[in-house]
Design a protein around this ligand. Structure first.
Ligand SMILES: NC(=O)c1ccc[n+]([C@@H]2O[C@H](COP(=O)([O-])OP(=O)(O)OC[C@H]3O[C@@H](n4cnc5c(N)ncnc54)[C@H](OP(=O)(O)O)[C@@H]3O)[C@@H](O)[C@H]2O)c1
Length: 268
């Protein structure tokens, strides 16, 4: 790593006075994105369920960006989610950036998982981003501008062994992002789909504790570095924002040698 790359990133005035909503703001990548957006000059509204952690975040956000706020909201309750987004528009006039980051991994073995567990996972990881996107789209399209960032997972494009609820939800989110981007980009609304690699957050560590093999170092990223990658990628022309080039290479390997890939994929 060069010395220059350790300097705080600068995004010019790209985020100054932008109204940004981030779901899953109380921890991990979402909390880091909120802080980085606020420090870059955005007005940030962070949504999550844990009120105590949101209170801590709000104090830090308001140091950097006084109008920023946090809102207690279970995104699976899409009525509450839509109401929270409407309240942001009432308070700030618009939403410029929506980051659908909240997610859960049920962490239940194939032998025990139920259809209800699948539905809950899809509610949080897929239907909530869909509901939030559909809610902000009309005004973004009317303005001919807007940014929607959907945080997916490499599990959605390279599923590993398991019951498949989490990867299925992320594959659906990636497909939703790609399909809609064709129609929305020409009209000024940019959708991005993020592949963060492995981050040692509650979600990531939980997967390791349940038996996920420790990913190689080139697939491990800190929340700080993924947040930086996302904020640098927003505004660019690529749909996908990928934190690990090694995983991008694995996609090519799977395409060229699917059977060999499947044999290896059982182990990581
Ligand atoms: N960690 C990894 O290795 C990894 C890899 C690939 C992709 N990702 C993706 O990266 C994103 C961030 O994950 P992370 O690793 O930062 O996870 P994390 O540290 O576990 O944080 C998850 C966040 O989502 C919120 N959340 C969960 N369910 C919610 C709900 N029903 N309503 C509202 N908020 C909810 C949690 O807050 P509350 O509990 O307060 O609600 C928390 O703020 C997720 O989309 C995840 O799928 C992570």
């Amino acid at each position: 790593m060069t010395h220059a790359s350790r300097r705080p990133p600068t995004y010019g005035d790209r985020y100054v006075d932008q109204v940004a909503v981030v779901t899953g703001a109380s921890a991990g990548l979402g909390a880091q994105l909120c802080l980085d957006l606020a420090r870059a000059g955005a007005i940030v509204i962070g949504l999550a369920r844990n009120e105590e952690r949101l209170d801590e975040l709000r104090a830090k956000l308001q140091d950097a960006s006084p109008p920023s706020q946090t809102v207690v909201c279970d995104v699976a309750d899409t009525d509450a989610l839509r109401a929270a987004l409407a309240a942001v528009v009432t308070a700030h006039g618009r939403i410029d950036i929506l980051v659908n980051n909240a997610a859960q991994d049920p962490g239940i073995r194939l032998a025990e998982i139920t259809e209800a567990d699948f539905r809950r996972t899809l509610d949080v990881n897929f239907f909530a981003p869909v509901a939030a996107t559909l809610s902000v789209l009309p005004s973004m399209l009317a303005r001919g501008a807007g940014i929607i960032v959907n945080v997916s997972s490499d599990g959605g494009r390279l599923p590993g062994p398991g019951p498949g609820a989490y990867p299925s939800s992320k594959a659906a989110l990636s497909a939703f992002s790609e399909s809609t981007s064709f129609r929305l980009r020409p009209r000024g609304v940019r959708i991005y789909v993020v592949y963060p690699a492995f981050m040692p957050t509650a979600l990531g560590v939980g997967a390791l504790q349940r038996g996920l093999r420790k990913p190689p170092r080139l697939m491990v990223r800190s929340v700080k570095s993924v947040s930086r990658t996302i904020l640098a990628g927003i505004g660019g022309s690529s749909l996908e924002i990928s934190a690990s080039k090694l995983i991008d290479a694995a996609m090519v390997f799977r395409f060229l040698m699917p059977r060999l890939f499947a044999r290896g994929r059982k182990y990581w």
